[in-house]
Design a protein around this ligand. Structure first.
Ligand SMILES: Cc1cc2nc3c(=O)[nH]c(=O)nc-3n(C[C@H](O)[C@H](O)[C@H](O)COP(=O)(O)OP(=O)(O)OC[C@H]3O[C@@H](n4cnc5c(N)ncnc54)[C@H](O)[C@@H]3O)c2cc1C
Length: 527
């Protein structure tokens, strides 16, 4: 740091504006990848009020890469059941969000202030990551060679920060987005919701999450660790924020479910949700991530999770570019890979909202009849559930989609079952994987089977070898596919999988095609 005309000068490879869950996730990932990172946030510390409550399996996987999964999961309830109840309290639809093909729990409930504090502590492991609170960014600019953020500290001191790239994780009011004149497409959802967070020691009914699809008052509740709990109630047209923030009114709403006198209120507010997405995610050397790039209603629990996906997708690409391993063109694939996915998830969130929110008794009756019929048969129940999950598969972007290395799994996130190492340690697969590229052989050994040309192409990518032995076969030093899920995932595809650092499949090939396939991917990655 230097002083120039009383303006403090700061420098890094990447600047992140905003130390919310998305900015801090990005800082941890860049920390793992060895990138000099500066996070600037106007607040004195991380947030104290909870907003997001559900963390999904892909975010859980990101926490594994960050090396924070064990610590953070100790403060979560991993996997639970979600019941949708009609006005009479009968279950009309049910979803289990426990074990997932991609990790231990499809969804976990968490306490955002604890989570953000853990992410912040995570950044302290890295000498090359600095989180500067009390640093409000007032101006963003860029030249051909660098991105700049200037602003004022809470002591009134001016600062200027420079880096190769800047990621705007400043939330919904994003300065980066406004400065760059990027517009948001979409709409504001008309319904307002009262959202409260409580501690309720007397209410432990064993159910993780309930949606009350009652046309008189649509509502939901979710249990969190340490007897914390979220409640949300929809307001009808003409009902006011003032009326619903009144504690007596809140007690009336709580009374059918619990004894309000035993409830400690942590926070109460009224929200209008948005379904909006930025037209552009990348503006030269500036990027948008998290709420700065998109906002959606919370009915699918995907707002923050989508932001963490942004951080996962962008961080390894930024690391590869600033460390001169990849062409800056790969940064264009951030928008290609992330924006459409968010648009799809926003539709899912609104579809789930439309199940919960009907206030017409006739519409609610038709919905109840439809859902309870579908819910009786496993087959139809599965079809309905699938319509609410977007599987992690890219449609376009940085993976081999044609020529050597193309496969039906290209662009798809690899499953994450438990595997066992040579010492008999059994754990979820990512625990054994390095954080960069991986060249995995499923039922094959890259070390033994690949020729020297393919091996040197792997070295060029920094890809490390991992061999997976089938459940029934000999293991040697390979990881054993104890559940058979990796063998099943591979199916009839070739045995070698080039995995990107974010665990998406870049290419899949036989030993004979290995060099041609790797060259095909390297062509996309380096030019
Ligand atoms: C009621 C509700 C329920 C939700 N439930 C879920 C859920 O279950 N699951 C889920 O995934 N998501 C959920 N969400 C969405 C989730 O809360 C947000 O998507 C998430 O918090 C956004 O994180 P972020 O890091 O992008 O932005 P934020 O958390 O808004 O962080 C932005 C940071 O940038 C800083 N900042 C802003 N401007 C400046 C500046 N000029 N200079 C310096 N710093 C600046 C701020 O101080 C802040 O720390 C919910 C939201 C609501 C409202």
């Amino acid at each position: 740091m230097q002083e120039t005309n009383m303006v403090r000068q700061l420098e890094a490879e990447i600047i992140i504006k905003g130390a919310g869950p998305v900015g801090l996730s990005m800082a941890n990932l860049l920390g793992v990848y060895g990138v000099r990172t500066l996070v600037l946030d106007q607040n004195a510390t991380t947030v104290e009020e909870p907003r997001a409550i559900g963390l999904d399996v892909e975010s859980g996987r990101a926490l594994q890469t960050m090396g924070l999964e064990e610590k953070t999961s100790a403060e979560m309830i991993q996997g639970f059941s979600i019941d949708y109840l009609n006005a009479k309290g009968r279950v009309i639809m049910n979803a289990e969000v426990g074990a997932s093909p991609y990790g231990p729990a499809q969804m976990s409930s968490f306490i955002q202030p604890i989570f953000e504090q853990q992410l912040l502590e995570g950044t302290e492991r890295f000498d090359h990551v600095t989180v500067a609170f009390n640093h409000r960014v007032d101006e963003i600019s860029q030249t051909n060679g660098e991105a700049m953020a200037s602003g004022t500290t809470s002591d009134g001191e001016k600062f200027e920060a420079r880096a190769q790239y800047l990621v705007g994780c400043g939330g919904g009011k994003s300065l980066v987005r406004r400065t760059s004149n990027v517009s948001m497409e979409g709409f504001s959802n008309p319904e307002a919701w009262l959202v409260i967070d409580t501690i309720d020691p007397g209410l432990d009914d064993g159910v993780g999450c309930r949606f009350f699809c009652d046309p008189v008052r649509p509502a939901m509740t979710m249990k969190k660790k340490h007897m914390h709990r979220r409640w949300e109630w929809m307001l009808h047209e003409g009902e006011t924020e003032e009326e619903f923030l009144d504690q007596d009114r809140i007690n009336e709403l709580l009374a059918p479910h619990t004894d309000p006198s035993q409830v400690t209120m942590l926070r109460k507010c009224v929200y209008n949700f948005n379904s909006i997405v930025a037209e552009q995610y990348k503006i030269g050397r500036l990027f948008l991530a998290g709420d700065a790039a998109h906002m959606m209603p919370p009915f699918a629990g995907q707002g923050m999770n989508s932001g963490i996906r942004d951080a996962v997708n962008l961080s390894w690409k930024l690391a590869a570019v600033v460390q001169d391993n990849a062409s800056p063109h790969i940064l264009d694939t951030y928008q290609t890979e992330r924006r459409d996915h968010v648009v799809k998830l926003t539709k899912v969130a609104n579809r789930l909202g439309s199940i919960i929110m009907p206030t017409s008794k006739v519409k609610a009756w038709v919905r109840d009849l439809f859902l309870s019929t579908v819910n009786t048969l496993e087959f139809t129940r599965n079809i309905l559930r699938r319509s609410f999950f977007v599987i992690p598969k890219l449609e376009d972007g940085l993976f081999v989609w044609e020529g050597p290395g193309a496969s039906p799994h290209s662009g798809e996130m690899i499953v994450q079952p438990k595997v066992e190492d040579a010492n008999g340690k059994c754990a979820y697969m990512d625990e054994f994987l390095p954080s960069g590229f991986v060249l995995m052989g499923i039922g094959a050994d890259p070390e033994a089977d690949l020729n020297s040309e393919a091996r040197s192409l792997c070295a060029e990518l920094g890809a490390e070898f991992v061999s997976i032995a089938p459940k029934a076969g000999a293991r040697g030093s390979a990881l054993k596919d104890v559940t058979g899920a990796l063998t099943e995932w591979r199916g009839a595809c070739p045995p070698f999988v080039l995995l990107r650092p974010d665990r998406f499949t870049a290419a899949m090939f036989d030993a004979e095609d290995a060099a041609a396939s790797l060259k095909n991917f390297i062509g996309l990655y380096k030019s």
